[in-house]
Design a protein around this ligand. Structure first.
Ligand code: 6GU
Length: 247
């Protein structure tokens, strides 16, 4: 997979991607990430990328031409016309399910805005998707693009050791994860739940499912609206609600 980031601050991307699992995926050539400086595509000698908005108002806007020329150069190099994802608080809220979809793409381009935004015409011209990472305002799209890149890359086969390590994790089945424990068996007078030491796989599976349901019910109840429950799930949820009523 090839990910190209269009940005005025390529160092923000370059200096963040060469660590941990993302760094290893790049080293192993499973993914290629390139940060392209939009400023390199200015035609004026002052390398100006922004100007005042027509109609007045606060702040500066990124001008369309450098962004278009940058995109054109990326397309030329790629030999195709990859999806262009504009990072903006106006975008579609980023979800695990979307990361799964994007992880299937051969090539994507992320466009990071700065200042008060980007001239609408070049957005209309080249952008295929708009994404937001949450309801808050960032100074630019770079940090958001790193969040999106990280969540996509870890889903590409071969990036994380065994596939199981994300079959059980939060959101993959729409539920939050169950609590986990390692050595020592007793820590500060707190014991690891007995069932996990039993070696009884069915009981352990049930315990974890129950804890996932309980965690989701207590921390993110709205997530339960999209889940298909088993009979046993429903019984357990009734017990959790019952328990809460008595508190
Ligand atoms: Cl994706 N970009 C920017 N610039 N700000 C944001 C965002 C994205 N998501 C939330 N705030």
């Amino acid at each position: 997979m090839k990910i190209t980031v269009m940005t005025l601050f390529p160092e923000m991307i370059e200096q963040s991607i060469n660590h941990s699992i993302m760094g290893r995926a790049i080293q192993n050539e499973i993914v290629q990430i390139e940060a392209v400086n939009i400023r390199d595509y200015t035609l004026n000698k002052h390398k100006k990328v922004d100007d005042y908005p027509f109609g007045g108002g606060a702040g500066m806007l990124m001008m369309p031409e450098p962004i278009y020329l940058c995109y054109e150069a990326i397309c030329k190099k790629s030999g195709g016309s990859p999806r262009v994802i504009y990072m903006t608080p106006q975008g579609k809220p980023w979800k695990q399910s979307m990361a799964t979809e994007f992880a299937k793409e051969q090539e994507i381009v992320l466009l990071c805005g700065h200042y008060e935004g980007i001239d609408q015409r070049v957005i209309d011209e080249i952008v295929t998707d708009e994404i937001s990472i949450g309801d808050y305002v960032l100074t630019g799209g770079e940090l958001a693009s790193l969040v999106v890149i990280d969540s996509i890359i870890r889903l590409i086969p071969g990036v994380i050791g065994k596939q199981e390590s994300f079959e059980d994790e939060s959101f993959s089945d729409g539920l939050l994860e169950y609590p986990q424990y390692t050595k020592p068996r007793i820590y500060h007078d707190m014991e690891v739940p007995e069932v996990l030491l039993s070696g009884h796989h069915k009981n352990i599976e049930n315990f974890r499912r129950q804890k996932s349901l309980e965690n989701t019910y207590n921390k993110r109840p709205e997530l339960l609206e999209n889940i298909e429950f088993t009979k046993a799930d429903k019984k357990w949820l009734r017990e959790i609600k019952e328990k809460n009523n008595h508190l």
